[in-house]
Design a protein around this ligand. Structure first.
Ligand SMILES: *Cc1c(COP(=O)(O)O)cnc(C)c1O
Length: 252
């Protein structure tokens, strides 16, 4: 983390940062609204999730003041203290990173939605942790569009042929609620550079899923660089980091 984020405004407060976040949010909002209009969709069909990973709790607080109600993190080590520091705010916390089973108990304490369900072992562990914490966790199956049948993706996610088994497991697991599907556009393979096609494929899998699980209607796709393609394809949730908070000071 650079000290850029802690630089005080002219009056010694975080005013500059607030103005910066407000301007970035307005730009992203305009992009989402235009993409919805172009696709003939209502603006309220798409929820913005701001990915706050690597940025401090003070930014989460400013975002909340600016009207953001959904935030996402990808590492429990960073997310747990941040969520604790913002526990007084009415925020939904989404966990979007690869999740080790030894972090599940911590994540179940603050996450409202875990978007990266990609194996049976995780379903079992999350269910146990959710019940123990007395919480209900929304769960999205992360789909690796470029993974071979029976395999998982390099950046997490289950191959499409594994969606239904995981969905059934989530649906019957105490403490878990099946929310839908999530994907990250593949960097390699047949979908590399073809975000629109990738997201349309995800929407096909979502239609298939909803035949047996009608309530599982969340489709989380699209980031700073490709949110328009995701909205065009029918995503219900976009996950935007860089375009709101700036280029991350370190990999995350
Ligand atoms: C970091 C991250 C995002 C946001 O990416 P940006 O390009 O910064 O908008 C979205 N989804 C996941 C899973 C991420 O890890």
């Amino acid at each position: 983390m650079t000290d850029r984020h802690d630089t005080p405004g002219p009056d010694g407060g975080p005013l500059d940062r607030r103005a910066e976040l407000a301007a970035n949010l307005a730009t992203v909002e305009e992009r989402i609204a235009s993409a919805c209009a172009a696709a003939g969709r209502d603006r309220d069909e798409v929820t913005l999730i701001v990915v706050t990973k690597t940025y401090p709790a003070s930014d989460v607080r400013l975002l909340h003041e600016l009207g953001v109600r959904n935030v996402a993190e990808n590492r429990d080590q960073d997310a747990a203290p941040k969520a604790a520091a913002c526990a007084d705010l009415d925020l939904s916390w989404h966990f979007v990173g690869q999740l080790q089973t030894n972090k599940v108990r911590s994540v179940a304490g603050y996450a409202d939605v875990v978007q990266s369900i990609d194996r049976m072992r995780l379903v079992t562990a999350l269910s146990t942790a959710a019940v123990r914490a007395g919480r209900e966790l929304g769960c999205l199956i992360q789909v690796a569009l470029d993974a071979d049948a029976g395999a998982r993706g390099e950046r997490g996610g289950v191959a499409p042929d594994g969606i239904e088994q995981l969905a059934a497991a989530v649906e019957s697991a105490p403490g878990l609620r099946l929310g839908g599907l999530m994907t990250v556009a593949p960097l390699a393979g047949p979908y590399a550079g073809r975000q629109r096609a990738a997201f349309e494929r995800l929407l096909e899998f979502s239609s298939g899923l909803r035949v047996g699980h009608p309530a599982a209607n969340m489709v989380s796709a699209g980031m700073s660089a490709d949110l328009e393609e995701a909205v065009a394809a029918g995503a219900t949730h976009v996950r935007v980091g860089t375009a709101v908070l700036g280029v991350r000071p370190r990999l995350g």
